[in-house]
Design a binder for this molecule. Structure first.
Ligand code: GLU
Length: 497
């Protein structure tokens, strides 16, 4: 299993467990690892930590792959790509972990622990009451063969526990600087369950060692496992697993949500699928997520992924908790939307303009008409899903009327204005400029400025008070449909009178 020391090229990993839906914290971790790998011309290993059959699911695994593909975060080794350390799903590497555990036992780096859950709990309570550290007390560290035989005879089961060194462990975190953990704070820990199932505590560092990972960049919540992993690494080096070098660690800051609480997986705003469904652009979302702990320069928060890759340095990551700010995330996405070439914007809108998202009959969709208005829509959207409401007046036979809009625009006198405007529109040449002149003239006759005069026209035609620039919209909608909708609004007003 030992391999020759390889080059010092950067090798990082993204190694989620396939449980539940992907969330933004996970994406931030993937992004920082990806940017670090790309910046250094290194390798991103994508590994699936699916050793917990009770919690892992195939659906979640599929979603992880699909999400990374959608985001454009590509990996160099991993599922569907392969690589020299395949397989990259831990569920397919079980024999390997059993072998490493056996070798750790043989070498004395690990021992069998026969303590039952009740015994452990009773001793933990006693330690707490006496003000002593409450972690594992090392009882099974020094069992004699006779004691072991007696436990076996009793029918007890045993877990495999790793023997932590008696000295403190110090390492320099790439984000937090030098950190020291004393032995009292890092007791011996389980690496294999009584049923033989290996735990995260074992499989994660074993694979990092075998896959020759050089840098571990992950969330701060995993900081407490780092001293254990370093100790385990040293033991693995001694028994010849991996190339003997220990990765550098960098712990990314917590992400705080509403009310300054840690953003949790269960927070609706942390679900990646939600951002996809609302029509965030991958580049907009990733730009925002990169700011959770990192910045490209002071006073600059809009940049492309390429720019991030060129600038990304792990020592520029801030150790302070980052705040997740949905409004800012949306604003950044809007800037990316506006920056797209129109043709790309049109293509990106497509899923929201067709079934099952679009509320109109599929054959009612007119691509050329949409393309005419697309540049105007592009400057107004925050997320792509908003496109449907902005152009539905073009493709629905009868757009629904928003009641509040109707009440606001159809004040007394609106009917008179609409009648005058209708006459002007019927005569006008059918282009935005002439249509505007017609409504302006109608407004003047009724003592109304353009803004007030166009409101009833807009509500009659689109059903809402806000939307794309009106006269361009009317131009694309066409004379016949425009006049028919004004007539229908007039009829409604008559009935209401
Ligand atoms: N599978 C672990 C998790 O999803 C990986 C943690 C790590 O990066 O070491 O939390």
């Amino acid at each position: 299993m030992a391999s020759a020391p390889s080059s010092s090229a950067v090798r990082v990993r993204f190694c989620p467990s396939p449980t539940g839906n992907p969330h933004v914290g996970l994406v931030r971790t993937a992004l920082f690892n990806w940017a670090f790998a790309r910046h250094h011309g290194g390798t991103l290993v994508f590994r699936i930590e699916d050793t917990d059959a009770a919690r892992d699911s195939e659906e979640s695994y599929r979603q992880l792959l699909d999400s990374l593909r959608w985001l454009g975060l590509d990996w160099d080794e991993g599922p569907e790509v392969g690589g020299p350390h395949a397989p990259y799903r831990q569920s397919q590497r079980m024999d390997l972990y059993a072998d490493v555990a056996a070798r750790l036992l043989d070498a004395g780096h690990a021992y069998r622990c026969w303590c039952t859950a009740e015994e452990l709990e009773a001793r933990r309570d006693a330690a707490r009451a006496a003000g002593r550290p409450s972690g594992y007390d090392g009882l099974c560290r020094t069992l004699t063969p006779e004691q072991t035989a007696a436990h076996e005879a009793e029918g007890r089961t045993s877990i495999v526990r790793f023997r932590m060194p008696d000295e403190p462990i110090t390492f320099t975190d790439l984000v937090r600087g030098e950190l020291t953990f004393t032995p009292e704070n890092v007791p011996d820990f389980g690496i294999v369950r009584a049923n033989g199932a290996p735990l995260y505590t074992l499989v994660n560092p074993v694979d990092d060692a075998l896959m020759e990972i050089t840098h571990v960049l992950r969330g701060e919540d995993l900081l407490s496992s780092t001293p254990r992993q370093i100790a385990l690494y040293r033991a693995l080096a001694e028994i010849g697993v991996g190339n003997g070098s220990i990765p550098r660690f960098g712990h990314l800051p917590y992400v705080m949500g509403e009310g300054n609480k840690k953003l949790s997986k269960r927070d609706p705003q942390s679900s990646l699928n939600l951002y996809r469904e609302r029509g965030f652009l991958p580049q907009g979302l990733l730009n925002y997520l990169s700011l959770l702990g990192w910045s490209i320069a002071e006073d600059r928060d809009i940049f492309s992924l390429d720019e991030m890759v060129s600038a990304f340095e792990i020592d520029a990551v801030n150790a302070n908790p980052a705040r997740f700010d949905l409004k800012k995330c949306e604003a950044i996405n809007a800037v990316h939307l506006r920056a797209m070439p129109v043709a790309d914007f049109v293509a990106a809108c497509e899923p929201w303009l067709t079934a099952p998202h679009a509320p109109w009959r599929p054959e009612a969709f007119d691509r050329a008409a949409f393309e005419e208005l697309a540049p105007l829509a592009q400057t107004r959207l925050t997320v792509l899903s908003e496109i449907t409401d902005n152009v539905d007046f073009l493709f629905l036979d009868e757009p629904a009327t928003d009641e509040a809009s109707w009440a606001k625009a159809m004040k007394p006198g609106a009917d008179a204005l609409l009648r005058t405007a209708r006459a002007g529109l019927a005569e006008a040449e059918w282009n935005a400029e002439a249509l505007k002149a017609a409504v302006l003239a109608a407004g003047e006759q009724h003592g109304l400025k353009l803004g007030k005069a166009q409101a009833p026209v807009r509500v009659a035609v689109t059903g809402r008070t806000v939307g794309l620039p009106l006269f361009e919209s009317l131009e694309v909608l066409g004379r016949e449909r425009t006049l028919a909708r004004v007539d229908s609004a007039l009829k409604t007003l008559e009935q209401q009178a």
